[in-house]
Design a binder for this molecule. Structure first.
Ligand SMILES: C[S@@+](CC[C@H](N)C(=O)[O-])C[C@H]1O[C@@H](n2cnc3c(N)ncnc32)[C@H](O)[C@@H]1O
Length: 389
């Protein structure tokens, strides 16, 4: 007997425009054995089939819809969607010599909730964040191997594992402590998992180019706060601007410095500091004093749920307050949020309530290798506001 998830009468509207997540509080009852292996038919109280989804028996998200309507997905839905995701990147032009680091699978955006795959040259990092994807791990790995991609790193993060109920860990069958990739011709290396995200932040790729153009046009140096392996700083240096990168991770800064010299880029320096502190730079005080033509503020996720958004706005405002006096006349301040709770209106609120009068010249997001399923608000997490005082 197929598993059926019957929704409560007050579950609210559910359909292609409302996003694929069925929360447990929307569920009246489950008929059949609730397992991460089974596909569930999602039905209304009147028995009307809304769609079919993957079940997470222990999670507050009970199911994630794979397909809307009466017909269940075909048996090979997993393989078909993986093939379609890979083909989409080739059609978008990512599969080429000058950019070899890009996202191959973006979870719900590719119809594969709970699976993210990032490619670093010949290495593929598979990050699995839901129970139904964790039980399909062998099939996912087998598909990649069948395509000739056998340098696989499988990451099952601790926090997702706890929430969804699967074993966390990092698995690979080859030696690798470092991942390599090229981004518009710049060579990068970054620590392999366990590390930050899958290794690097591909979601900011297009923004690094845009900001580099602004930095070079202004001529003043760029301050890259939360620089990780030096992405914004290196792109700015290649475009002709000097840059200073700040991060609290000494490992990330070691890689940033190595990336600069591997590409023969000069005019770059790095400072180990806490962006939520005074940001005075210690021994690097002179380098952080400014004035800067461009300042990038790319913090870690500051709003983890909708209840701490106001606190996050305050923290961002304090951060802006400490660095904005170092911005040169006519320069740009680039304020990033990687939390879907902290959206474009919140970034505008930070700037509108900061000292000075600011205008927004652009609101950027992730590139085309990070597709979003329409209606899936949680999938649209990266917002990058570019402001001018
Ligand atoms: C969203 S990532 C930045 C990505 C990077 N800008 C890029 O383009 O690849 C956030 C960065 O902030 C750093 N970070 C986290 N907490 C920090 C803190 N308190 N002070 C400084 N850096 C911090 C992390 O090490 C990470 O590199």
């Amino acid at each position: 007997m197929p598993v059926r998830i019957e929704l409560r009468r007050d579950a609210g509207r559910i359909g292609p425009t409302t996003g694929p997540w069925i929360r447990r509080k929307q569920v009246a009852r489950v008929q059949g054995l609730e397992t991460a292996e089974a596909l569930a038919e999602v039905v209304t109280r009147k028995g009307e089939t809304l769609g079919w989804g993957l079940m997470s028996p222990q999670s507050s998200i009970a199911a994630r819809i794979l397909t809307y309507g009466e017909a269940p997905p075909a048996d090979d839905w997993l393989q078909t969607r993986l093939a379609s995701a890979l083909a989409a990147r080739t059609h978008q032009g990512y599969d080429r010599q000058d950019t070899t680091g890009y996202r191959v699978v973006n979870s719900e955006g590719d119809g594969l909730p709970g699976l993210v795959v990032d490619r670093y040259d010949d290495d593929f990092v598979l990050q699995i964040t839901t129970a139904p994807m964790a039980v399909r791990r062998t099939a996912i790995e087998a598909w990649f191997r069948a395509q000739g991609h056998d340098r696989l790193h499988v990451v099952l993060p601790q926090s997702a594992a706890k929430h969804e109920g699967f074993e966390p860990g990092v698995y690979r069958q080859h030696d690798a402590s470092t991942l390599h990739f090229r981004e518009y011709g710049i060579a990068f290396e970054t620590p392999a998992p366990p590390s930050q995200k899958t290794g690097a932040y591909f979601d900011q790729r297009e923004n690094r180019r845009t900001v580099a153009r602004l930095a070079a046009a202004h001529g003043g140096p760029l301050l890259d706060v939360g620089c990780h392996i030096g992405g914004f700083a290196l792109h700015a240096a290649r475009a002709g601007a000097q840059a200073v990168g700040v991060d609290s991770s000494s490992l990330a800064l070691e890689h940033a410095a190595r990336n600069a010299s591997a590409n023969g880029l000069c005019g770059l320096s790095w400072a180990l500091d806490d962006m939520f502190g005074p940001l005075l730079g210690g021994q690097n005080a002179a380098e952080l004093a400014g004035p800067f033509g461009t300042i990038v503020l790319d913090p870690p996720k500051v709003a983890t749920n909708k209840n701490n958004v106001d606190k996050a706005v305050d923290a961002m405002r304090r951060l802006v307050g400490r660095v904005a006096p170092r911005l040169a006349e006519g320069g740009h301040l680039v304020l990033c949020s990687c939390s879907h709770h902290l959206g474009r209106d919140h970034l505008d609120r930070v700037m509108a309530t900061s000292a000075g009068t600011w205008t927004r010249v652009a609101m950027l997001g992730a590139g085309p290798d990070h597709p979003v399923m329409p209606g899936h608000r949680e999938g649209e997490y990266l917002r990058v506001g570019v402001y001018r005082r």
